[in-house]
Design a protein around this ligand. Structure first.
Ligand SMILES: Cc1cc2nc3c(=O)[nH]c(=O)nc-3n(C[C@H](O)[C@H](O)[C@H](O)COP(=O)(O)OP(=O)(O)OC[C@H]3O[C@@H](n4cnc5c(N)ncnc54)[C@H](O)[C@@H]3O)c2cc1C
Length: 399
C-alpha cells in the first residue's frame, strides 16, 4: 500500500517546530547572514528543544529520531533561515554525528555527542582536501599507528563549521588513509577534536550560507588515541559513504525548505505588488512560473521523503544502504538544481526588489548555491552514482 501521509507524531512535530522557529529563528535570519554567525541563544534554544542531535541514540544525547523526522526538522529550519546556515549546522551534526553514534566507541560517542546535543560542541566532517573533492578515495591525509595512538598528517579543505567548533568545542569525523596503497580499502575514520595539538586552521569567504563558517585545516603530527577511531581499521570508506548518503537527504531538505519559504514569500509579494493598476499576481505570465516552481518543488519533496523513508528502512534492517543511497542521490540531484532554478524565477517576479538585501530572495539564492556547486558531493557525482546502476560500472570511465 502506498501512503503519502505523515504520521500524527510527524505532523505535530512539524507544527510545533515551525511555531518555535517562527519565534526564535525566522526574525534573526538576516542578522545571521550579515553578522556571519548563528547566535548562541538560537543554538541553545535548538538544543533545549532536542533538535541538535535528534537522530542520536538517547544514551548519546539524542532521541533516536527517524530519518523522516530529521528531514522534517531540516526542511523547517531552512524555511525559517533560508540562507540555510542554521539548517546546515544542524544537518551536519545529525548526519555525520550519526556515524560516531553508530560506529564509534560508546564512551567517546557519549561524551562528544551529548555535548553537541547541549549546544556545547559542533561535530563536522573532514573529508575534502585541496587536491581531492569529488574523488573521495583520492586524498592523501595519512594516519600512522604509534602504540595506542595514531599520528595524522595532511590537509583538509572547504570544511564547514570550523569557527563554530572552535567557539563551542567539538571536532571532526576525519577521513584518513591508513593503508595508502590499498585505495578505498585503506581508509579509516577518526574523531579529531578541533583543539588537538598540531591543528592550524584558516577560513574562506563564501558567497552565501554566511552564518556558518567554511575553512581549511592543516594537521601536523596530530596524535589521536585509538579510542577515537570509528569502526575498523581500513574499513572507513563504507562508513564515509553511509555518512554522505545520510547527509544528502538532509541537504536536499535544506534546499527544499529554503525554496518553499521563498515560494510563499514571492506569492505574497505578487499579491501585494501593483503594476499596470493590478496586483502582479493577476497576470498569468507571473502565475505560471510560480505554479511550475511549486510543482517542481513538490516533486522534489516526494523524492526527498522517499529517500528518508528508505534510510529508515535501512536503519530497521529492512533495506540495504544502496537502496537508500539511490534515492538519496536522486534527491540530491533534484533539490539544489530545482531550488536554485525556482529562486531565480522568484527573483524575476520580485524584480529589482528581489535583487536587494531588503528581500530574503538573494540570501536564499546564495545559500542553496552551496549545494548546487558541490557540498556533500557535486551534481555530476550523483549522476555517476546512478549511472553505475543504470548502465553498469563496466560502461563508465571510472571504477
Ligand atoms: C559551502 C561548502 C561547504 C562544504 N563543507 C564541507 C565539509 O564540511 N566537509 C568536507 O569534507 N567537504 C565540504 N565541502 C566540500 C565538498 O564536499 C566538495 O566541494 C565536493 O565534494 C566537490 O569537490 P570539489 O569542490 O573539489 O570539486 P571537484 O572534485 O574539483 O569537481 C569540480 C566539478 O567537476 C564535477 N566532476 C568531478 N568529477 C567528475 C567526473 N568524473 N565526471 C563529471 N563531472 C565531474 C563535479 O561535480 C564538480 O561540479 C564543502 C563545499 C562547500 C561549497
Amino acid at each position: 500500500m502506498v501512503d503519502f501521509s505523515f504520521s500524527e507524531e510527524e505532523e505535530v512535530f512539524r507544527q510545533s517546530l515551525r511555531d518555535l522557529l517562527a519565534e526564535i529563528l525566522a526574525p534573526r535570519a538576516r542578522e545571521i547572514d550579515t553578522e556571519r554567525r548563528i547566535p548562541d541563544d538560537v543554538i541553545r534554544a535548538l538544543a533545549d528543544n532536542g533538535i541538535l542531535c535528534m537522530t542520536m541514540k538517547p544514551e548519546h544525547g539524542g532521541s533516536g529520531a527517524s530519518w523522516v523526522l530529521g528531514t522534517i526538522a531540516i526542511e523547517e529550519i531552512a524555511r525559517a533561515d533560508p540562507s540555510v546556515a542554521t539548517a546546515v549546522f544542524v544537518l551536519v551534526e545529525n548526519s555525520w554525528g550519526k556515524i560516531l553514534d553508530l560506529y564509534g566507541r560508546d564512551d567517546v560517542a557519549r561524551e562528544v555527542l551529548s555535548a553537541a546535543a547541549r549546544g556545547e560542541g559542533f561535530v563536522g566532517i573532514n573529508s575534502t582536501e585541496p587536491q581531492s573533492g569529488s574523488d573521495v578515495a583520492g586524498f592523501t591525509t595519512r594516519a600512522v599507528r604509534d602504540g595506542d595512538h595514531w599520528v595524522i598528517n595532511g590537509e583538509k579543505a572547504f570544511i564547514s563549521g570550523i569557527a563554530e567548533a572552535q567557539r563551542l568545542g567539538g571536532g571532526y569525523i576525519t577521513v584518513v588513509k591508513t593503508r595508502p596503497e590499498a585505495g578505498s580499502r585503506g581508509i579509516t575514520l577518526f574523531y579529531v577534536p578541533i583543539d588537538a595539538p598540531g591543528i592550524t586552521v584558516g577560513f574562506y569567504e563564501d558567497m552565501g550560507r554566511n552564518g556558518l563558517s567554511t575553512g581549511w585545516m592543516k594537521l601536523k603530527d596530530v596524535r589521536i588515541p585509538d579510542e577515537y577511531r570509528i569502526g575498523e581499521v581500513d574499513q572507513g570508506f563504507k562508513l564515509a559513504m553511509e555518512g554522505f548518503n545520510r547527509a544528502r537527504i538532509f541537504v536536499s531538505a535544506g534546499c527544499l525548505g529554503s525554496a518553499e519559504a521563498m515560494l510563499e514569500y514571492t506569492a505574497e509579494y505578487a499579491r501585494n505588488r501593483v503594476v499596470f493598476n493590478r496586483p502582479l499576481a493577476k497576470f498569468e505570465g507571473i502565475q505560471f512560473p510560480l505554479v511550475d516552481a511549486w510543482t517542481e518543488l513538490e516533486a522534489t519533496k516526494l523524492m526527498i521523503y522517499k529517500a528518508a523513508w528508505a534510510m529508515d528502512q535501512y536503519d530497521a534492517g529492512r533495506a540495504t544502504l544502496w537502496e537508500a543511497a539511490r534515492w538519496a542521490a536522486m534527491a540530491k540531484l533534484l533539490a539544489p538544481e530545482r531550488s536554485v532554478d525556482a529562486i531565480k524565477e522568484f527573483m524575476k517576479v520580485a524584480g529589482a526588489y528581489g535583487y536587494t538585501k531588503d528581500s530574503p530572495l538573494e540570501m536564499a539564492f546564495r545559500g542553496v548555491m552551496s549545494y548546487f556547486v558541490g557540498a556533500e558531493g557535486g551534481q555530476n557525482i550523483m549522476r555517476l552514482i546512478l549511472a553505475r546502476e543504470l548502465v553498469g560500472k563496466e560502461n563508465l570511465p571510472y571504477k
